[in-house]
Design a protein around this ligand. Structure first.
Ligand code: ZN
Length: 632
């Protein structure tokens, strides 16, 4: 294959050869960039878990408990012997619930054990007043990954994917004590109930506008919409009071709730909940059930094989004890020198951001002042936290218990704990991501940015890389996270993380126009796996745009700046080879643009791209100056 020209396709120019030769691990949907770093972190920590267990020596009690979970899962002999029994025993209690009044009597326990309910309720920070918590209500998830799969025009695809799911469910139900007729009935009812849900809950695109989840509603109204659920009693049971206002994340769902859940439909609900709960539990049961129970997810993502026992046990244990594992990882694998260097870079980027806002030719002074205030108060969380959250002291369990019971016990402790804090002021120093996660994020409600230790590695960052390379890598990622404070969602929050409109009308109109331009720049692009939905990915594209704008600005002041290195490393961090099934799935549900577009779209909005590689009208990666967008 002749090598592509950089002016036509930066992504393939940088990554093409690697992608051609790379093999995607059997148990993963992707390889390259983020995924490879993730594999490396996983290998290091798996080795450490193995050693800790062998020597029976643990750096602290948290890691000991994480290893207890790991050992319970590693014990395939016990899991295989127990088979489906632990799940059937657990579900037998639910099976005795035969009508809505019995359901109401058990509702608190069902909520606290995270049981599959016809609606979801949870305690979260109040978006409009982040110094307190409130109660949210929303709909359950559909079986298919997004409600758009249920649309008429996708009937064929829907049937195919639901068929995969139904095969899996059938195979699992065959292991229960239900008669073949009952199994068929359970399955049919589950699909019927799911179909109703799909008409009521939000699509991925709707959910991506997360500020629209904030719909404060009088509790009296919520109670009447949730009828026949005894919602007031549930609130009393969970938090000891009935708040005046409930946040309805999905108004359409609540409006239609009565046609989903009523005395007549109770059996539909019951069978749906039973089947979904049972399938969900298979991952903690025997190896055979874990294999069958994961087949649908693997098919959706194009994954060939399930993770081996050791990897799976590590993944589960480290997810249940994520913060202590992240802290352990950070302390062991992350250098203080790197931390200092990256923090300095963050400050530099925030300062440059302020300068850009202060000198913006389009923003009015009041809007500039507010944006700068938000940047001045932004908190940086770098590497890993100083100590783990208190909740981890409460996560105790009987290590001799079945793996499933251990996992359920830990979930219940977490949920109970979330309601215990209802009357307290939410803490702002909590970390949104653990240290061993290869990712980064911005939290609009605390106005902070988090960079776990695991992402602070090459190609994103290395002390050995040039400044230009680091700016194209972690620099652009830092700029990206800061820009989330000013994307189409984040921009609705003020410096304290409260939903609060700080814009002048004129400025907001202009910002809306940039948002629409960014939607159009991506919308409808045809890829081998499907068509891009510009609205679904607009917030992430605004963030990429802001990250590139601010780092290119810093390049101007950088001695010996090398723009080739900058753009090449930018493309390198987005290097990804993925299974086509996974690519197609992401197009439907992921708020990020596909990797190739992240690499190839933003550079063309900036003059430095054209100057560095002499890109002209004749090249693929050219767009006319009047089509170029710089949002911030
Ligand atoms: Zn982002």
């Amino acid at each position: 294959m002749p090598k592509v020209r950089i002016q036509d396709d930066l992504f393939n120019y940088v990554n093409g050869e690697w992608i051609e030769n790379a093999t995607i691990p059997d148990d993963k949907p992707t390889a390259g960039g983020f995924a490879d770093l993730g594999v490396e972190v996983e290998e290091n920590l798996m080795r450490d878990f193995r050693e800790m267990c062998e020597k029976n020596e643990y750096p602290n009690d948290y890691l000991k408990r994480a290893c207890d979970v790991y050992k319970a899962l590693m014990n395939t002999k016990k899991r295989n012997k127990e088979g489906i029994k632990p799940a059937l025993k657990y579900l037998s209690k639910f099976s005795k619930i035969n009508n809505i009044s019995q359901f109401n009597r058990n509702l608190k326990d069902l909520v606290l054990s995270n049981f599959t309910l016809p609606f979801r309720v949870y305690c979260e920070i109040d978006m409009k007043n982040t110094s307190r918590y409130c109660i949210f209500v929303q709909g359950p998830d559909t079986i298919l990954p997004d409600t758009t799969y249920y649309k008429e025009e996708r009937a064929q695809q829907k049937a195919a994917i639901l068929g995969l799911w139904a095969n899996m469910a059938q195979a699992i139900l065959a292991k229960t004590k239900l008669s073949p007729e009952e199994q068929q009935q359970y399955l049919a009812d589950t699909l019927k109930f799911d179909e109703i849900i799909s008409t009521l809950v939000k699509s991925s695109e709707e959910r991506s506008e997360y500020t629209k989840a904030y719909n404060p509603t009088k509790v009296r109204k919520v109670c009447s919409l949730l009828k026949p659920v005894k919602f007031k009693k549930l609130l009393q049971d969970l938090i000891g009071e009935v708040p005046e206002t409930i946040i309805v994340a999905e108004p359409r769902f609540l409006q239609g709730f009565s046609k989903l859940f009523n005395e007549e439909n109770f059996t539909l609900y019951k069978h749906w909940a039973y089947v979904r709960e049972l399938l969900d539990l298979t991952k903690f049961l025997s190896e055979e059930l874990r294999e069958i129970g994961g087949s649908y997810r693997r098919a959706l993502q194009g994954i060939a094989k399930m993770a081996n026992v050791e990897k799976f046990s590590y993944q589960m244990a480290s997810a249940l004890f994520s913060e202590p594992v992240g802290l352990y990882y950070g302390e062991k694998y992350f250098g203080e020198e790197a931390k200092k260097d990256v923090i300095e870079m963050v400050h530099q980027i925030i300062d440059k951001y302020k300068e850009r806002v202060a000198n913006s030719p389009v923003l009015s002074q009041p809007t500039r002042d507010k944006a700068i205030l938000k940047l001045n108060t932004m908190v940086i969380k770098m590497g890993y936290p100083d100590k783990v959250e208190e909740i981890y002291d409460k996560l105790v369990f009987n290590p001799e218990d079945s793996a499933m019971n251990i996992a359920l016990a830990l979930t219940t402790i977490r949920i109970e704990d979330s309601y215990l804090h209802y009357k307290e002021t939410p803490r702002r120093d909590k970390w949104a991501m653990p240290g061993h996660m290869v990712n980064a994020c911005y939290n609009p409600m605390t106005n902070d940015i988090t960079f776990p230790a695991a992402i602070l590695q090459a190609p994103f960052y290395s002390i050995k890389q040039t400044r230009s390379q680091n700016l194209g890598g972690i620099g652009a990622v830092i700029g990206h996270e800061i820009s989330h404070a000013f994307d189409n969602n984040g921009t609705n929050f003020d410096e304290n993380g409260n939903l609060n409109n700080w814009w002048t009308k004129e400025d907001h109109k202009r910002f809306k126009k940039s948002t629409n331009d960014m939607i159009k720049q991506f919308d409808g692009i045809e890829l081998p796996w499907g068509r891009v939905n510009g609205a679904l990915i607009v917030s992430e594209n605004i963030a990429d745009n802001g990250g590139m704008a601010v780092t290119l600005n810093i390049m101007k002041d950088t001695p010996n700046a090398n723009y080739e290195e900058y753009f090449i490393n930018w493309a390198k961090v987005w290097c990804m080879k993925a299974k086509p099934e996974y690519q197609a799935l992401l197009l439907n549900v992921d708020v990020h643009a596909p990797a190739i577009l992240r690499a190839n779209m933003q550079p063309r909005n900036f003059p430095e791209w054209y100057e560095t590689f002499k890109v002209t009208k004749k090249d693929q990666m050219y767009i006319a100056p009047n089509k170029r967008i710089v949002v911030w």
